[in-house]
Design a protein. Structure first.
Ligand code: ZN
Length: 240
């Protein structure tokens, strides 16, 4: 049975309003670019939410009606209220998919779900990035080919302090010599989590068709599947 996947694209939405360089690339915000790409997909329904909305746009009602949440944050991780992070964590454990993009590696929700520092090396310079598919056949890299080439991107380098991914889908090479685990799959509770590295705000990365393809594929992968309600606690034997 194919049903519609309800996606919420969340963005901090500060750089686009305060930096001309970023506004020129994403005039309506990074969330709007990602949402527009997803709206071209079949059976995906998209809404957006941003940090400065009441409850950061992530009310109980919005989250109860979100199958997959996409997260872009960078300079204001600390401004995300803990009560909202608690709510997000409960929803992920209950089955909502989460796609953390780029600097979302240091977001409160991602570090809480990982349980590690999620720290890494970085450099905004003149790096060229090549993301190699290391799990061919995985649904997240369907129709991607061998690699994605990004002419200009920020460098993120190992060591990346994350738990060992359940599946590592993409590994980046940078022209400065570094490598990085760029596409990482996890499950926490009933929720599926995908970390996807590229997307520094001063580069047009989210306009790249293959980057958009990975995000759309990840939405389908992370969407919850039907499960029989789980039963815990003291249990009578099935056999007499
Ligand atoms: Zn960045």
């Amino acid at each position: 049975m194919v049903t519609t996947i309800r996606v919420t694209v969340w963005n901090e939405f500060r750089h686009e309003r305060h930096m001309t360089e970023v506004a020129n690339i994403y005039p309506e915000g990074i969330h709007a670019t990602i949402a527009a790409a997803l709206r071209k997909e079949e059976q995906i329904e998209v809404r957006t939410a941003t940090l400065d909305e009441p409850e950061h746009g992530l009310t109980e009602d919005v989250l109860q009606n979100t199958d997959v949440l996409i997260w872009w944050g960078h300079s204001a991780h600390g401004e995300v209220a803990d009560v909202i992070v608690d709510r997000l964590q409960q929803r992920v454990l209950g089955g909502m998919g989460l796609i953390a993009l780029h600097s979302g590696h240091l977001s409160k929700i991602f570090t809480r779900l990982m349980g590690t520092s999620c720290d890494l090396k970085w450099r905004v310079g003149n790096d060229h990035e090549r993301l190699w598919v290391v799990a061919p056949g995985h649904p997240i890299v369907e129709r991607i080919g061998q690699y994605i080439e990004l002419e200009h991107e920020e460098m993120y380098g190992e060591h990346f302090d994350i738990p060992q991914p359940d599946t590592l889908v993409l590994v980046s090479w940078f022209s400065g010599g570094e490598i990085f685990r760029s596409g990482c799959c996890y499950t926490r509770g009933q929720g599926k989590i995908f970390y996807f590295r590229p997307g520094h705000e001063t580069f047009p990365t989210y306009h790249h068709p293959q980057v958009q393809r990975v995000i759309a594929n990840a939405v389908r992968w992370a969407a919850p599947t039907y499960r029989t309600p789980l039963i815990y606690g003291n249990t009578a034997p099935l056999e007499k």
